[in-house]
Design a binder for this molecule. Structure first.
Ligand code: JFZ
Length: 587
């Protein structure tokens, strides 16, 4: 009896702890989810080289901040070069002013990149801008104060594993033979102490942006614990941990310049360059247009993400003029249309042929990139009654709305109001009721059901992991579901197969796959550590009548543990063995 009671208490305690942890994460993330748009800054001694070393040029589109690695510049020579950094034109107020003018609500600057040079006054190593150069100031201190005055969250990028200067850091195999490295010594001597001083010397940080993962979850966990202990409200990005392991940070990073096909439920962020490099290169003048940046921002926000857009300042502290021009144009659009970005949530409506949607309460913002030639905007997938529709820039101009064949038709002005993206606001009665899950069309072989077309409910989440790709996870009980709607034309038997990854800890849980009224249950089988996907045959289901069917995958019970990393479900038309017909003339 006592054992049972203890087990129940332990389960309840775990569930409570998970719940409290979940609420704490939600609180931390609130500003991030609302802010949507931030400035990334890559600035360091590499700006002095500006993409060239001893006549060797960084190719266009390659990363200028990697110059030390690309050309195997000896530490001694790179250090000597770094002494020349003296950004006399650096003006923190101007940089923060540009971020604010662009509509950015947080700023993340490289405190220490892979070259090991600290762009702040570090007490851990004198290889920093205040001690190593004539500059003698602390740019991060000045930026953190300017951000605070401007009401912008201040964050730091820290490369916690890669360090080409320290003999035990990861990545410099040209000065330091890998065999002689003691990585734990690097963590103890430099990486952890520098993160500590950033967490204690620059006021409240909005986030610490770690990079390029960590060898083991245990080592990554030390950085997470350090941040959680010193600044519990400070966010941690997804790259704090190994890319092949479960997320240890507060949100997931896409790969650089990455964009998910379809929305994600878990918070995520895409970092992107304005040209082809993070650090300054005098050769790379391939700048993105303001229109491209605006449409990318809208696409990211419509899928539930944040956009961290980079500038690479020059060695003297000035920001390249094309970056300034683009950000000012983006800011002008944001000043007029920011309501349709800040504080919005992902749209369940997917990608429309004319543009993207963002949602805020009972308002849907239709971002029209491609203006309809017949001045009729067709909106699919919303079951609600529309109570009003108008250009966001001209709210007094009520637009005629009708419905036809399930689509909402909005008679829009002949001419768009904004070249890059004209926003039409559409007010609806009651909370958004997206039409039921999109219909999955059959292929010749049957149906492939994956995260993209799924409708998730409860705690089930569409998410991304660099190693695990796009998948559904975070589900622990029967109310956490993934479902799809199928139009079945071909009746008969379908072989049902499921593809998932499940570490040992998830093995044994029971789950249900329902195809209309037919339910199949099965046990989760371990597929290995991390995201090792495997396919399992669940048997066949016979669909006797053509029509629309809902398919659902869900945990069978509320065991509290995660069910699996779900990748896809396939319903393969089971080819009935055709009766063997005798060859003509055969006996
Ligand atoms: C890393 C850095 O190496 C780079 O210099 C810059 O700081 C960037 C923001 O982050 O580069 C990466 C890291 C991960 C991926 C791509 C570039 N990725 O997983 O796609």
């Amino acid at each position: 009896m006592i054992k049972t009671f203890a087990a129940i208490a332990l389960l309840a305690g775990t569930a409570l702890a998970l719940n409290v942890q979940g609420r704490a994460a939600d609180d931390r993330l609130r500003w991030f989810r609302d802010a949507k748009f931030g400035m990334f800054i890559h600035w360091g001694p590499y700006a002095l080289l500006a993409g060239e070393w001893n006549g060797n040029k960084i190719p266009i589109g390659a990363e200028a901040e990697w110059i030390m690695h690309r050309f195997n510049i000896p530490v001694r020579e790179y250090r000597e070069m770094a002494r020349g950094l003296n950004p006399v034109k650096f003006d923190a107020e101007r940089w923060v002013g540009l971020a604010k003018a662009a509509g950015m609500r947080y700023l993340v600057i490289t405190a220490k990149h892979h070259d090991g040079f600290a762009m702040y006054h570090s007490g851990v190593s004198d290889y920093n801008i205040a001690d190593w150069t004539r500059f003698k100031r602390d740019p991060l201190k000045e930026l953190s104060e300017a951000c605070r005055k401007a009401g912008i969250r201040f964050g730091v990028y820290y490369s916690h594993r890669e360090d080409w200067d320290h003999p035990d850091g990861f990545g410099n195999g040209w000065d330091y033979p890998p065999a002689g490295k003691n990585f734990e010594r690097y963590l103890a001597e430099k990486s952890l102490p520098q993160v500590r001083e950033l967490l204690t010397g620059y006021g409240p940080l909005g986030l610490v942006w770690f990079d390029r993962g960590m060898d083991t979850p245990e080592q990554a966990g030390r950085f997470v614990d350090l941040v959680r202990t010193l600044q519990p409200q400070c966010l941690i990005n997804g790259r704090v941990g190994s890319y092949s392991q479960e997320l240890l940070g507060d949100y997931q990073d896409m790969g650089d310049n990455g964009m998910p096909p379809g929305g994600l439920d878990e918070p995520w962020e895409t970092p992107q360059t304005l040209n082809g490099t993070w650090g300054y290169s005098r050769f790379d003048q391939q700048w993105k247009s303001a229109g491209n940046v605006i449409q990318r921002l809208v696409e990211i926000v419509s899928k539930g993400g944040n956009y961290l857009l980079n500038i690479g300042p020059m060695a003297d502290g000035t920001i390249p003029a094309p970056s300034v021009a683009t950000l000012e144009k983006v800011g002008a659009w944001m000043a007029r249309n920011g309501e349709s970005i800040y504080g919005t949530t992902a749209s369940p409506l997917g990608e429309a042929p004319w543009g993207r949607c963002t949602v805020k309460g009972q308002k849907i913002y239709l971002h029209v990139f491609h203006w309809p030639s017949d001045a009729v905007l067709r909106v699919h997938g919303i079951a609600n009654e529309v109570t009003a529709a108008y250009p966001l820039l001209d709210p007094g101009r009520k637009l005629p709305v009708s419905r036809s064949e399930g689509a909402i038709l909005i008679a829009v002005p002949e001419r768009r109001l904004d070249d890059e993206d004209t926003v039409i606001a559409m007010e609806i009665a009651g909370p958004l009721k997206a039409e039921r899950a999109p219909l999955v069309q059959a292929s010749d072989e049957g149906f492939e059901l994956d995260y993209l077309e799924a409708r998730t409910a409860g705690k089930a989440m569409k998410r991304f992991n660099r190693d695990g790709g796009f998948h559904i996870a975070k589900w622990t009980g029967p109310e956490d579901t993934a479902s799809w709607r199928l139009i079945v034309g071909r009746t008969g038997a379908y072989r049902v197969k499921i593809r998932y990854a499940a570490p040992k800890a998830q093995a044994g849980r029971t789950y249900i796959v329902a195809v209309g009224p037919h339910e199949m249950s099965a046990e989760v089988r371990a597929t290995g550590d991390g995201f090792q996907y495997a396919t399992f045959d669940l048997g066949t289901v016979t669909i006797a009548k053509a029509g629309t069917y809902v398919v659902t995958v869900r945990p069978a019970d509320a065991a509290g543990r995660e069910l699996m990393y779900f990748k896809s479900l396939t319903l393969e038309q089971a080819i009935e063995p055709s009766p063997i017909r005798p060859e003509p003339g055969a006996k």
